[in-house]
Design a protein around this ligand. Structure first.
Ligand code: ATP
Ligand code: MG
Length: 417
């Protein structure tokens, strides 16, 4: 009980005082049984939502129609949900109805996996485990509550969650649970890709991302939302997974490590958008995919590397180096030393703060117009590109005098229309 925050215990004690049944449920019970610190504590109770609202001074009706209210207690938020059961699932996504229940076992029986279907009352140290969650935690198994085929047919996201929990916890899939996945892919196909992506991200950021990706391929799940990876040649797919595993756990970096050798920049961006990643994330993944193959640049001269820095942007350089290192580690570890030399060169060039974008130029747009004696016109953009190109070749040229001279020469030599 030492792990349980005071405000959570206070909420439980208050509901108990009013003679309601009350338990911690879901992930926090699983984590406490495994003896790892839970991320968040969910409370379930027989009290109806209105009763919960009346029992506390400050409550937010977060999802009152589903029975969830947030109690603000001791400066923290505690989610309290009324025991419930679910009516039939009609569309593979959500139940047609929910009913409030008095019995914790009814509530636990709607949950996805045995290890997630335990409840614990810390006041009388009562662990409710009707489906063998402790046994499956011991055996390191992800097993559906009841018939896997039925549970996956109800809610198409569950197979993805099964694989995600397997990766995050380092567990295996129970064989019936695993066998039910290919048989229910039609339901999985109906799930919103945004929800699939949330599970994918948790899988990718887990310490067993590689094994999780293998399971996604073997069960047929990956082909539904990432056919570009699922259908890659087996050896290429294996290398891509190894690169993911070698990369630090950041979403853009691991996505880029997965995709860099399987798709091009535009496909990477399309994949990001299809999976409903924020635009910024999709753009960064695409940029990293475009530039990750640093072994192609081992003998690039400084101006070419400065152009790469300009393309990537200094802020994204660390992410690029990280993806490049993960790829080399997976694909050609004997070239790591060469890659490190290139990384050091890129970092040294970046540290010199060279002009990389138009606003770094010693001449402004206004300066260009007055030097050339023109007003706003397309020639200003052309001149800016010319000057940018000059300073990328040689940053020492980035002074007002040197740029003005070059600008005049360029203008004089320009064919007149
Ligand atoms: P995490 O540590 O990743 O948050 P969690 O077990 O808390 O793990 P959540 O997605 O937060 O996972 O869900 C909380 C609980 O709600 C689960 O433990 C499970 O009991 C139940 N649950 C969540 N999603 C489903 C689902 N699709 N079908 C059935 N039960 C679910
Ligand atoms: Mg949770």
């Amino acid at each position: 009980n030492a792990d349980i925050p005071r405000p959570v215990l206070d909420v439980i004690a208050r509901l108990r005082e009013l003679n309601h049944a009350v338990y911690l449920v879901g992930g926090c019970v699983r984590d406490m049984v495994r003896q790892v610190p839970p991320k968040d504590f969910d409370v379930a109770t027989s009290a109806l939502p209105e009763e919960v609202q009346r029992a506390f001074r400050k409550v937010i009706p977060t999802g009152i129609q589903h029975g969830t209210v947030t109690v603000v207690q001791g400066g923290t938020h505690v989610e309290v949900t009324t025991f419930r059961s679910e009516g039939d699932y009609l569309d593979g996504r959500r139940p047609s109805s929910v009913a409030f229940e008095r019995d914790i076992v009814k509530d636990l029986s709607r949950r996805d996996f045995t290890i997630n279907a335990m409840a614990y009352n810390p006041l009388d140290r009562d662990l409710v485990d009707p489906f063998g969650g402790q046994t499956d935690l011991q055996a390191q198994l992800i097993k559906c509550v009841g018939s896997a085929f039925e549970r996956f047919s109800e809610d198409g996201l569950r197979p993805m969650r099964a694989v995600r929990f397997a990766a995050v916890l380092g567990f295996s899939l129970d064989s019936a649970t695993r066998d039910a996945i290919p048989a229910t892919l039609g339901v999985f196909r109906k799930v919103a890709l945004e929800r699939v992506r949330e599970e994918l991200v948790k899988l990718l950021l887990s310490p067993r991302a590689e094994g999780g990706l293998v399971l996604l391929v073997e069960t047929g799940l990956l082909d539904v939302f990432l056919p570009e990876v699922a259908r890659a040649a087996p050896e290429e797919a294996r290398l891509a997974r190894a690169a993911v595993q070698a990369a630090p756990a950041e979403v853009e970096v691991r996505m880029a490590a997965l995709l860099a050798d399987l798709v091009d920049r535009n496909q990477a961006r399309d994949i990001g958008l299809r999976l409903k990643f924020p635009n910024k994330v999709a753009d960064l993944v695409a940029l990293l995919v475009e530039t990750a193959k640093l072994e192609e640049r081992f003998s690039d001269p400084d101006p070419a590397l400065r152009r790469l820095l300009a393309r990537v942007g200094l802020a994204q350089l660390p992410a690029l180096l990280t993806v490049a290192r993960a790829r080399i580690q997976a694909r050609a570890p004997e070239r790591s030393a060469e890659l490190e030399r290139l990384c050091a060169r890129l970092e040294a060039l970046a540290a010199a703060k060279p002009p990389l974008v138009a606003k770094d130029l010693a001449l402004t747009g206004g300066d260009i117009m007055s030097t050339l004696g023109v007003g706003p016109s397309p020639i200003v953009g052309e001149a800016t590109r010319f000057l940018m190109d000059s300073v990328l070749d040689d940053p020492a040229l980035n002074t007002r005098e040197a740029l003005a001279r070059r600008l005049k020469d360029w203008h004089a030599a320009r064919p007149k229309a």
